[in-house]
Design a protein around this ligand. Structure first.
Ligand SMILES: [Zn+2]
Length: 730
């Protein structure tokens, strides 16, 4: 039986042109078009032709224009400018031909500063500027709308107390202080942003638990400043006055509006009192530039801190001594509207299967990298897909696109939207493709191999992502796949590039808008982006000048990201069989489990994991067998659309089966059994099991292992029955 045409052809003429182009290409290229995972040969050929068109549309000049528009003014959540940009996005999407363009409003407990101040009162008087310097080279840095230093969801408070330096502010740092006889109770702790990145909200919770009166976090030049290389405006790193703003929400416990944990903040929704919100900090804090932190550090006269606590300032870092400061933070925590902009291209054949694209719009200041590079890539992608639609080419499945709001505060817009449409999303969402920062690195300092392509994806989608990269042109002129291998080799100092199976990061933490879809709704996600030298994160210097002079002056990386994002989206939207690879998925699970055992040296008498290993091995076999059967039948083009549809329903269900409605112990909102994040936002695999093992709670660990065994077993059965129904009536 013939499969339906994958393009809805509005005009007969266009159909003729397309058919002619595809068949002409097939005739010219003696071996038929390269296969694509999940596509029959005929459809793979049409898809390749479509991807050639898709890649020819995005333009660096347009990407630059989008970026300029989005970075013209600071646009934090709930600001007038960010709301204007929501209307702008909606208007542009309508012009581009997108359908059902809708503004979704959420009434959210917001947080913004009324006033902040910090003075040292002893041993010398000093007033912190809490501001960033302007530079003549970059007029945007003189914009009076740029905020002072503040933390989203900091508690309000006023305190005068002694300062203690607590290194990175992680629990082990407080252990060091304790060993040295130093308590932070009632004191103000001064800590560093740290490398590797640890979410500031974890530093806040840790300081709160230790009984500190307030928290200051500063950017040491060792982490993101002059120690790393040239600083703004001459290079990508942070200058002396740069301030890393950010939220300190405990959204690793539950993200979104802190007063609607687990449900959507649609107008009129019930809100809990802020005092009951688990994700709201009770501690006050401020971020500091190193220029504002240095007088505090250098006036201490207590015992020297250990060697690994010394930073890059030309002083001796001490634990404590003599320094007293007066801190005042007055926050406005009123309800404010957030706006998610939503639009779709209705699928020609499977309108009730959705591929979702998204990027957040709100920024701490101008947000050129974070998030407007992603926004520029997204607007070029929506323009491209809109243009293909005008040419009569529609995706088979529906493509939905969202411009999120309030990501910086608590992943709020995407979380509320995901909670509002949970039932639909659980049934219909094939995958969510997130781009937060499309270009978070400086091409001008990246060397000949260029910026690193650093995507992450659930393991089941990793192979299709690698395959897609082979057909994308990278800025170096090579394929994105070749560029990816070269930078991966460079970044790991290896003599050879990694195997394809190791290219995609299949460990996924939190810290962006994929969280609700993966961890709460059990839908597969991919994050895409380029990375490199970048030291101005969440400061006002993350602006248009930084991107246009230092980051991506040619805007080719913005376009490359548009291309890979578009190709992955269209492959998921147009595939005959959804390109999940569960054999690969199982192999990743086996790796995660071995790592857990080795890291924690788990004795079998404490916790028996043998059965889980064998369940995973069975899942791997079932995945691989199904894969082989599918590849054979798709190649022969013999499967009926009805049969393919039944199979796809099974495949969608596998991903849902990783959800445990009870959630992981202590964090019921996080329901995925394979993926969660640590409180630092770092990735965390088998979250319930891993946290139990790390607490040495062997009873709980046994229960969590049993839950995993059950889920893996259920999915093995599902794959086997999918295969037997597939092979019936062959
Ligand atoms: Zn972001």
């Amino acid at each position: 039986m013939r499969l339906p045409l994958r393009t809805l052809v509005v005009s007969f003429l266009l159909l003729l042109i397309l058919t002619f182009a595809v068949s002409a290409q097939l005739k010219q290229d003696a071996p038929p078009a390269a296969p694509i995972l999940g596509f029959t040969p005929t459809h793979a050929a049409a898809q390749h032709a479509l991807e050639t068109s898709l890649q020819s549309i995005p333009s660096p000049e347009k990407a630059r224009e989008w970026l300029r528009t989005f970075t013209a003014e600071p646009h934090p959540a709930a600001s007038e400018r960010n709301n204007q940009l929501a209307d702008f996005v909606a208007e542009e999407w309508r012009k581009q031909g997108w359908e059902d363009v809708t503004l979704r409003r959420y009434d959210v407990l917001h947080s913004r500063p009324r006033s902040v101040s910090l003075e040292m009162t002893e041993p010398v008087q000093f007033t912190a500027s809490l501001r960033e310097d302007a530079y003549d080279a970059d007029p945007d840095t003189k914009n009076p709308a740029v905020s002072a230093a503040y933390f989203g969801y900091s508690a309000s408070g006023e305190v005068t107390a002694e300062v203690v330096y607590a290194h990175s502010g992680n629990p082990e740092d407080y252990d060091v202080l304790r060993k040295n006889g130093i308590s932070v109770k009632g004191k103000i702790v001064l800590v560093r942003y740290s490398n590797p990145y640890s979410y500031r909200g974890f530093k806040a919770l840790t300081a709160e638990r230790e009984g500190a009166a307030a928290l200051l976090i500063y950017s040491d030049p060792a982490e993101d400043g002059s120690t790393r290389g040239k600083v703004f405006p001459d290079g990508p790193w942070g200058p002396e006055s740069h301030i890393q703003r950010g939220a300190i929400t405990y959204d690793y416990i539950v993200p979104g509006d802190p007063t609607t944990p687990g449900w959507a903040s649609v107008p009129g929704a019930k809100h809990i009192p802020p005092e009951e919100a688990r994700s709201l900090p009770k501690i006050a804090g401020l971020p500091l530039s190193w220029r504002d932190a240095k007088p505090l550090l250098e006036n201490m006269n207590g015992p020297d801190a250990p060697k690994d606590w010394q930073g890059a300032l030309p002083i001796t870092y001490r634990f404590t001594g003599a320094v007293k400061v007066h801190l005042k933070v007055d926050m406005d925590t009123s309800m404010q509207p957030y706006t998610v902009v939503e639009a779709r291209l209705r699928g020609s054949e499977l309108p009730d299967e959705w591929v979702l694209l998204g990027n957040h719009r709100d920024a701490w200041a101008f947000g050129a990298v974070d998030p407007s590079s992603g926004t520029a890539s997204m607007m070029e992608l929506t323009r491209t897909l809109g243009e293909l639609k005008q040419r009569g080419i529609r995706p088979r499945r529906t493509i939905v696109v969202c411009s999120w709001d309030g990501e910086e505060y608590a992943l709020t817009g995407s979380t509320e939207w995901g909670e509002q449409f949970a039932d639909d999303l659980k049934k219909k969402l094939v995958a969510y493709l997130n781009v937060d920062e499309s270009v978070a690195g400086a091409a001008t300092t990246a060397g000949p191999e260029g910026l690193s392509f650093s995507p992450s994806a659930v393991a089941s989608l990793a192979p299709m992502l690698v395959e897609a990269s082979k057909d994308v042109r990278a800025p170096s002129g090579k394929s994105l796949y070749q560029a990816w291998r070269a930078t991966a080799r460079r970044d790991t100092n290896a003599s050879t590039p990694p195997l394809d199976s190791a290219l995609v990061e299949t460990r996924i933490g939190s810290g962006s808008d994929h969280t609700v879809f993966l961890n709460h709704l059990g839908r597969p996600v991919i994050n895409l982006g380029f990375t490199g030298d970048y030291g101005v994160y969440h400061s006002m210097y993350d602006d248009y000048y930084w991107m246009a002079r230092i980051g991506d002056p040619s805007f080719e990386y913005h376009v490359a990201l548009t291309r890979i994002w578009g190709i992955v989206a269209l492959r998921l939207a147009n595939a005959d069989v959804l390109p999940f690879d569960f054999g690969f998925n199982a192999a990743a699970l086996e790796k995660f489990l071995r790592e857990l055992e080795e890291r924690n040296k788990i004795a079998p008498r404490r916790l028996a994991l043998k059965r889980l290993h064998s369940r995973i091995a069975e899942f791997e076999r079932a995945g691989n067998l199904l894969e082989t059967a599918l590849a054979r039948d798709l190649l022969s083009g013999s499967a009926s659309p009805e049969k393919i549809q039944r199979l796809n329903e099974h495949l969608m269900e596998v991903e849902s089966n990783w959800l445990d409605p009870a959630g992981i112990p202590g964090r019921p909102w996080f329901q995925h059994l394979l993926y969660s994040s640590r409180y630092t936002y770092a990735h965390l695999e088998f979250p319930g099991l891993t946290e139990a093992v790390e607490k040495q709670d062997w009873k709980l660990a046994g229960e969590q292992a049993a839950l995993l065994e059950k889920a893996v077993e259920k999915n093995t059965r599902l794959l086997r029955s999918a295969q037997s129904s597939w092979e019936k009536n062959r």
